[in-house]
Design a protein. Sequence first.
Length: 339
Amino acid sequence: MRAAVVERYGGPDVVRIREVDDPVVAEGELLVRVEASTVGSTDGTNRVGRPAFARLFFGLTRPRHQIFGYDFAGVVERIGPGVRRFVPGDPVYGTLSPSPGAHAELVRVAEDGVVARIPGGLDGADAVSMLDGFFTAIPFLRDGGRVRAGQTVLVNGASGTVGSAAVQFAKHLGAAVVGVCSTDHLELVRSLGADRVIDYTQGDFTDAGGRYDVIFDAVGKRTFREYRPALTRDGIYLSTVPTLPVLLRARHARSTETGRRAGILFTGLRTQAAKSADLALIGELAASRAIVPVIDRILPFEKIAEAHRRVDGGHKAGNVVVAMAPVLLETRATPEAAS
């Protein structure tokens, strides 16, 4: 099979398509022919090996896992002995997290892993683009922020992979949502349900006099100290970036649970059972159109280095999808998909 292989740390050009051995399916496992995967910020972090402490996990001198990618959508090609939930031909999607390997034409996944049938009405590109953002936004808002109806939630980075999911899920929970993004993405964020959208290029939203029950910083561009004046008396600031001040604040918050707080969750390290439950929720919400996929562009697998480059640029809206199945490119009438 073909896979995108990264043998050394560096820029997007270190990502190369190579022929590698097919996975061998064992008892209780599925072999999935991947139609689509995504390139996200975690893949960029893995590729450059920064910050330096990340290499304790990713590999000291070169990537420990040379095939990146966590989320996949495709079709079951083969099943191992004992598999009962799936049969060959089933359209499925899921995640391999916390271990990568989805940037390949075939992946092996346990039947009791984080995998489910794709909801009706979604193709592989749509399905896989639902995963990364919602797997992060759901636990942050539901469990970390305890968002509920009547609250006001601000999402910084509201047009990105995680931010676009956070806007939608916060609305699903009944909150009033304020999205912060650049000028180019104002209409997108409105279309996702934001009650108000702030253009960060036109001023500092923390000086606008607004007060928020939850501030979710999906891009980690500001500090808790900067956000604190914009929080309600018992408001909480949530960040996807594990800075030392946030870690210390989060530890303090767990013991006091009063006053303005900061919190962080390591969503990729949650149990398979927790992720599977959230995958079921994502499927239900997607099937009812309560949430929708947000795709920046779809690129052919051969251009995966370009996908990394797009993510590194920091200006994408939603997910960058790489398509292993030509049909996904043929059905998308966009310049990006056709390139």
